[in-house]
Design a protein around this ligand. Structure first.
Ligand code: FAD
Ligand code: SF4
Length: 497
């Protein structure tokens, strides 16, 4: 990211692009490798600490073309192997390098349904960009072709020019499919099944559809209007969406099949059940799960104090427990909600942090303090039951554990107290047990994730599942990939009949 003045970036990239396209011969691989990676213009950290608008400002057309010219068009395209939905990456980069942005987005959309979302939140540095030849050649994955940024540019351009069109829907088949949940897995299933001509009804527990993309990931990383457009596209395709509808309470899963006449059901209910530390003081006033904190801010717009009446805790000193994207999102949201000091407390080192490198950097730029090799032991409170501090322990790294990461080992007698009034627990999520506990015969793992076969089918006939409810807390693109697989199986099942 660059905090250089966006006008300067635009001017410089115009000059460079003119120079590159005026060359008489096509660029050689060496010349392509020598083009500097295009920096993403970003909001100044001091300004963005006080607003919720998007941090990354997006490439200009010139930057998108220059960045695409860095691609070597490798015949074996290792980047495609790194992409969970196997987008034709060299194909869309070639089109973008030639300035044919319409073709570029068409190539992406033939495989991926949510490019504007994935271009923003996919962990490209461990997926397509990790395997990119340019990054490897330059011995720095950070210098790989910025595939996600070009993807974001072409998707934004199509949307902003009003060129987004709902996919064509085949003639009505008379079959009906219920989709439970409205996150990326369910959106993908709804679109793919509807395209085949089947009627689709989506049931969402919250009052707004979109799943974690709406209630979890903050506006400053993923503007909600982008997710809303995907929901509007589903509606334009004829998908019926019912909100405030909790399957397992409002209606049981089997009722959908046995009483409501659906021919198949997809369960995409995510992993929305927050884990807690199980330490003393965790029930004090001022301790939140990251889910609750982020839902209040994002979905219920608590930050919009003039217009929304959602209460949110008035924090001065905040400790966020955890080192993943959720922890970074919670810490950066606390900064924007006006906390004076925000600390991440994580029991390993930054190398083991599961959060995206970009999110860690952004959090640091915004003033979040990192307490590494430390972990909470108990939350301290006053006689009113409010948080007054966090007792922590120091850790060192031992041998690798089952995850391959070095195990944190506590240092006996290293207790110390952090002065905080708010503690946000962001140590992971489990699957919500509501549907399995109200559906006889639905097989789950010991962690509560629904068991599916290689087609996405569960232990119950006509019931499919995918996304975080199957994988455990994962990523948007993996949820989409799971949705694609389940939709193909549902379409095959219904067509065979
Ligand atoms: C704060 C946060 C930040 C993240 N950041 C990233 C990131 O940067 N990049 C990335 O790739 N991934 C990120 N993730 C993970 C990613 O968002 C998830 O992996 C993805 O959204 C999972 O999609 P899904 O469709 O399986 O479920 P979800 O998006 O979780 O959607 C499930 C939906 O089902 C609804 N539901 C649940 N139970 C019921 C029921 N009984 N009846 C009806 N509806 C129900 C829920 O309300 C929810 O809307 C993040 C997650 C969080 C929490
Ligand atoms: S690996 Fe990198 S350079 Fe090669 S085709 Fe993919 S994006 Fe282009």
């Amino acid at each position: 990211m660059s905090h250089q003045d966006p006008e300067t970036i635009a001017r410089e990239s115009c000059t460079l692009l003119k120079e590159l396209v005026s060359r008489e011969k096509p660029l050689t691989p060496r010349e392509r490798m020598s083009i500097a990676p295009q920096a993403m213009p970003a909001q100044d950290p001091l300004l963005r600490r006080r607003n919720m608008t998007e941090v990354a400002l997006g490439y200009t057309a010139e930057q998108a073309r220059i960045e695409s010219m860095r691609c070597l068009q490798c015949r074996n395209a290792p980047c495609i192997d790194g992409c969970p939905v196997r987008i034709d990456i060299p194909g869309f980069l070639k089109a973008a390098a030639e300035g044919d942005f319409q073709k570029a987005i068409a190539i992406i959309k033939s495989t991926s349904l949510l490019p504007a979302v994935c271009g923003r939140v996919c962990p490209q540095e461990v997926q397509c960009q990790a395997t990119c030849t340019v990054g490897k050649g330059l011995k720095d994955v950070g210098k790989a072709v910025a595939i996600g940024r070009v993807e974001r540019y072409v998707a934004d351009l199509e949307r902003e020019c009003g060129l987004t069109r709902p996919p064509a829907v085949k003639a009505d088949t008379g079959k009906r499919v219920a989709v439970i949940g409205s996150g990326p897995a369910s959106i993908t299933v709804a679109a793919d099944v509807r395209r085949a001509g089947h009627a689709v009804v989506m049931y969402e527990a919250f009052h707004k559809p979109g799943g974690v993309m709406v209630y979890g990931i903050p506006e400053f990383r993923l503007p909600k209007r982008i997710v809303q457009l995907e929901i509007d596209t589903l509606k334009a395709m004829g998908v019926e969406i019912h909100t405030n509808f909790v399957v397992g309470r409002t209606r049981k899963l089997k009722d959908l099949l046995e009483k409501d006449g659906f021919d198949a059901v997809f369960v995409g209910t995510g992993a929305g059940l927050p884990k807690f530390m199980g330490i003393e003081g965790e029930n004090l006033v001022g301790v939140f799960s990251a889910n609750e904190y982020l839902t209040r801010s994002n979905l219920m717009r608590a930050y919009d104090t003039g217009r929304a009446d959602t209460p949110i805790y008035p924090s001065r000193k905040v400790a966020v427990l955890g080192g993943g994207n959720v922890a970074m999102d919670a810490a950066r949201t606390a900064v924007r909600l006006g906390a004076e000091e925000v600390r991440i407390v994580y029991r390993r080192t930054e190398v083991e942090m599961p959060a995206r490198v970009e999110e860690i950097e952004h959090a640091k730029e915004e003033g979040v303090l990192f307490h590494l090799l430390q972990n909470a032991k108990r939350v301290l409170g006053d006689d009113q039951g409010r948080v007054t501090g966090l007792e922590c322990l120091r850790y060192e790294l031992g041998e690798p554990d089952a995850s391959g990461r070095r195990r944190p080992v506590e240092i006996k007698g290293s207790e110390f107290v952090l002065d905080v009034d708010t503690v946000i627990v962001a140590i992971g999520n489990d699957s919500n047990p509501l549907i399995p506990s109200t559906t006889d015969g639905l097989k789950v793992t010991k962690w509560g994730n629904i068991v599916v076969d290689e087609t996405g089918k569960t232990s119950i006939e006509r019931v499919f599942a995918g996304g975080d409810i199957v994988l455990g807390a994962a990523t948007v693109i993996l949820a989409m990939g799971e949705g694609r697989r389940a939709a193909a199986s549902i379409n095959a099942l219904l067509q065979a009949e």
